[in-house]
Write a protein that binds this ligand. Structure first.
Ligand code: ADP
Ligand code: MG
Length: 238
C-alpha cells in the first residue's frame, strides 16, 4: 500500500508525447534510481510525481492515495534539484525555514526543526551565512535541509550532485544514502551516472525515449540485461 505507484503514466507537451505510459511500483523505504540518456524523460517523470507537471494520462498514487489532482504542497514529497534553487538573499536558516513559514508553523517550532536538521547535516556553524558564502557541498546540504524540514515521506532527487567535483560527489552520495536510511523515507533519484546508480540503488529503472526498458537490482541488470540498450548503458563502466 505505501510507496509510490505509477500506472500507465503519460506526458504530452501539446502534440508531442514524451512519456509513453510507464508503470512503476516503488516500495516504502526503497531507494530507486532512474537512469537513462539525456532527454529520455527522467526529470519529467520526477516532476509529475512532485506535482510540478500535470499528468496527461494514467494514475499516480503515493501511500495508496491518488495524487493526480493534489497540489505539490499537499503531497508528502520533497524535491532536491541540481541547481539547489536557494534564495540568494536569505541565510541558511531562513532558506530552510521558508517552506515552514508558508505553512504557518509556529516560530519556536521552526527554530527547533531548523536546529535539528542543521545538526543532522553538519550545517550548525553556517546558519547565518548566505548561499554565496558556502561551498558547493554546503549549498547542496542546505537544499537537502530545505527538503527534510518538512518531514516528507518521499524524497525526489534530480541529478543533485552533478554540479559537484568527483570527490565531493562520492562523499555526498554516501550522505544521501545515510540520510535516506536514517529518515526512513522512500527515495527516487535521477542521474545519468551509471556508477552513482549502481552504488545508490536498491533497484535501478532504465529509461529510454519515454519508456522503461528494465527494472531490477544493480546485480540483476548488470548480469542479466533485458536488451542491448540496457547492456550498453550499464554493462560497460566508463
Ligand atoms: P531528462 O531529464 O531525461 O533529460 P526530460 O524529462 O527533461 O529528460 O525531457 C524529456 C523530453 O521532454 C525531452 O525531449 C524534452 O525536450 C521534452 N520536454 C521537457 N520539458 C518540456 C516542455 N516544457 N515543453 C516541451 N517539451 C519538453
Ligand atoms: Mg533531467
Amino acid at each position: 500500500m505505501a510507496g509510490v505507484n505509477l500506472s500507465g503514466i503519460v506526458k504530452s507537451y501539446g502534440a508531442l508525447q514524451v512519456v509513453h505510459g510507464i508503470d512503476l511500483d516503488v516500495s516504502e523505504k526503497e531507494f530507486v534510481v532512474l537512469v537513462g540518456p539525456s532527454g529520455c524523460g527522467k526529470s519529467t517523470t520526477l516532476r509529475m510525481i512532485a506535482g510540478l507537471e500535470e499528468i496527461t494520462a494514467g494514475e499516480l498514487t503515493i501511500d495508496g492515495r491518488r495524487m493526480n489532482r493534489i497540489a505539490p504542497k499537499d503531497r508528502d514529497v520533497a524535491m532536491v534539484f541540481q541547481n539547489y534553487a536557494l534564495y540568494p538573499h536569505l541565510n541558511v536558516a531562513d532558506n530552510m525555514a521558508f517552506g515552514l513559514r508558508i505553512r504557518k508553523m509556529p516560530k519556536a517550532e521552526i527554530k527547533t526543526t531548523i536546529d535539528d536538521v542543521a545538526e543532522i547535516l553538519g550545517l550548525t556553524p553556517y546558519l547565518e551565512r548566505r548561499p554565496a558564502d558556502l561551498s558547493g557541498g554546503q549549498r547542496q546540504r542546505v537544499a537537502m535541509g530545505r527538503a527534510i524540514v518538512r518531514h516528507p515521506k518521499v524524497f525526489l532527487f534530480d541529478e543533485p550532485l552533478s554540479n559537484l567535483d568527483a570527490k565531493l560527489r562520492t562523499q555526498m552520495r554516501a550522505e544521501i544514502k545515510r540520510l535516506h536510511n536514517r529518515l526512513g523515507v522512500t527515495s527516487i533519484y535521477v542521474t545519468h551516472d551509471q556508477v552513482e546508480a549502481m552504488t545508490l540503488a536498491d533497484r535501478i529503472v532504465v529509461m529510454n525515449d519515454g519508456n522503461i526498458e528494465q527494472v531490477g537490482t544493480p546485480m540483476e541488470l548488470f548480469n542479466n540485461p533485458a536488451n542491448t540498450f540496457v547492456a550498453g548503458f550499464l554493462g560497460s563502466p566508463p
